[in-house]
Ligand binder design. Structure first.
Ligand code: NAD
Length: 470
């Protein structure tokens, strides 16, 4: 495995030039007919699904050792689904959305129309480099914007390939991809974009929000954090363990909505751990670090970061019930389940974003929910339970961007559901209509058709008061 990152090359002047070119061209892009916008989406679909499909799989394999099946399932198909959904709904989304007319406004018609925001910036992370770059781009194109794309420096094969695909399909004055790292991102954030769509960590989300504030640029922040799972005493333990295992260890746990840690009712924790171990054996065989179906850590630094969290917890009394192996030759860390993790250890203080899963017993739901609510609002909160009462109670007594009941992660793929966090885990929503909306200004139109008595509401007010009120 060769670890490479992309260096910052684009000068401030070059970025300014691209920005100005898009600014000058934005109204032409915005004015494209629905048929033309659809043609652009279809061209992107053809490129991802057919022309570049194998190159995308190869780039994902080169950057992260992703299997072809996972490349298809979690990188390519979700983007295709976004495109198909946009193609089916674009006519409705871009149409006039008429609203009812209150009596006082008699003689008028009013509607909302979604107009493109203009010149947009899209910054994406490394964990699903294709999906999290092209996914939001679909919404930006559907809404009629120009876009500068800045993907992660840690997945260089994917970034280079996406630059090629975009250059193949679009003139740079419409959509262009700039390769680079933090410096490039920082320079881009100085420009007065009309919208910034950022996917990444809460830490960098704050940098993006501060930069956007200088230009009063609107933002969508798709962030991360620690997403808990609750497995109560009524849950189907085998199903909960199987779904947790697949939700956690796809992409080696490098997923924003992976269950970060699991709270299991103390009466069921041994059963849960046994089921988890059994399912992991079935998924990856004895040694996951040698399984072709198990993804690498994105780079050595990231592997060592997760290992250091594990070591910190072990030093504070935690124990490994499954996994723990590390293979530095291919940069893999086995699925690892730990118990007896103390709240002050790194595994409970930081977003794990890797293949280690703390399983923590709880006795009483109220105490557990207080503990969860003491942390930041999660991007996802998962509940495994057969008790409607418990489910309702957890729903009402917690706050989270999204929730799955008796599953995890699967909501991400539902095109009608808004995806995103709340405060620390994100601002604004994405997917389907919600990405289109993020890249649009909902412009209000009021049209006076007939004379209106409201015209009487003009000075001198004394005269009006005498006539109408008294
Ligand atoms: P990151 O925040 O470090 O980087 C994301 C992007 O921001 C990259 O393109 C990077 O070059 C750029 N960047 C980094 N530092 C910057 C700075 N100081 N100024 C400007 N730009 C900067 O995130 P990451 O490590 O690539 O991804 C992991 C994080 O992303 C996790 O927290 C994860 O939960 C989150 N995430 C969220 C979602 C979601 O949809 N909500 C999806 C995937 C990942």
């Amino acid at each position: 495995m060769t670890v490479t990152t992309i260096q910052d090359k684009a000068s401030r002047e070059e970025l300014q030039r691209l920005f100005e070119a898009q600014r000058a061209h934005q109204f032409q892009v915005a004015d494209a007919s629905i048929r033309e916008r659809k043609a652009k989406l279809k061209a992107l679909k053809q490129a991802i699904m057919v022309t570049y499909r194998q190159e995308i799989r190869d780039a994902l394999q080169a950057d992260m050792g992703k299997s072809q099946i996972e490349a298809d399932l979690i990188e390519i198909f979700p983007v295709i689904k976004e495109i198909k959904h946009a193609l089916s709904n674009l006519g409705r989304w871009t149409g006039k959305h008429f609203v009812s007319t209150p009596l006082a406004f008699l003689g008028s018609r009013s509607y909302v129309e979604y107009e493109p925001k203009g010149v947009c910036l899209l910054i994406s992370p490394w964990n699903f480099p294709i999906n999290l770059t092209f996914g939001p781009l679909v919404g930006a194109i559907a809404a009629g914007n120009t876009v500068i794309v800045k993907p992660s420096e840690f997945t260089p094969h994917c970034s280079r390939l996406m630059a090629k695909i975009i250059a193949d399909l679009f003139p740079e004055k419409e959509i262009t991809l700039v390769q680079g790292a933090v410096e490039t991102s920082t320079r881009l954030l100085e420009l007065p974009f009309d919208h910034i769509f950022f996917t990444g960590s809460p830490k960098v989300g704050k940098v993006v929000m501060a930069a956007a504030a200088r230009n009063l640029t609107s933002i969508t922040l798709e962030l991360g954090g620690k997403s808990p799972t609750i497995v109560d005493e009524t849950a189907d333990i085998d199903t909960a363990a199987r779904r947790t295992a697949s939700g956690k260890w796809i992409n080696a746990g490098q997923i924003c909505i992976a269950p970060d840690h699991v709270f299991v009712h103390e009466s069921r924790i041994d059963d849960f751990n046994a089921a988890l171990s059994r399912h992991l054996d079935n998924f990856f065989g004895g040694d996951a670090t040698r399984s072709a179906d198990y993804t690498e850590m994105v780079n050595r630094e990231h592997l060592e970061r997760v290992k250091s969290y594990l070591d910190d917890s072990l030093a504070k009394g935690a124990s490994i019930v499954y996994g723990g192996q590390i293979n530095r030759e291919n940069n893999r860390m086995a699925p690892t389940v730990v118990t007896n993790v103390t709240p002050d250890s790194a595994l409970m203080q930081k977003e794990i974003f890797g293949p280690v899963l703390p399983v923590i017993p709880f006795r009483d739901l109220d105490t557990l929910l207080k503990q969860i609510n003491a942390g930041e609002k999660p991007l996802a909160l998962y509940i495994f339970s057969k008790s409607s009462r418990n489910i309702r109670y957890i729903r009402r007594q917690t706050r989270a961007g999204t929730t799955c009941i008796n599953h995890n992660g699967i909501h991400y793929f539902h095109p009608e559901l808004p995806f995103g966090g709340s405060n620390n885990s994100g601002i604004g929503k994405a997917h389907g209509f919600y990405t289109f909306e993020a890249f649009s200004n909902s412009r209000a139109y009021y049209r006076q058709v007939w004379p209106t008595p409201l015209d009487l509401l003009a000075p001198p007010y004394q005269k009006w008061k005498e006539k109408v009120v008294e």
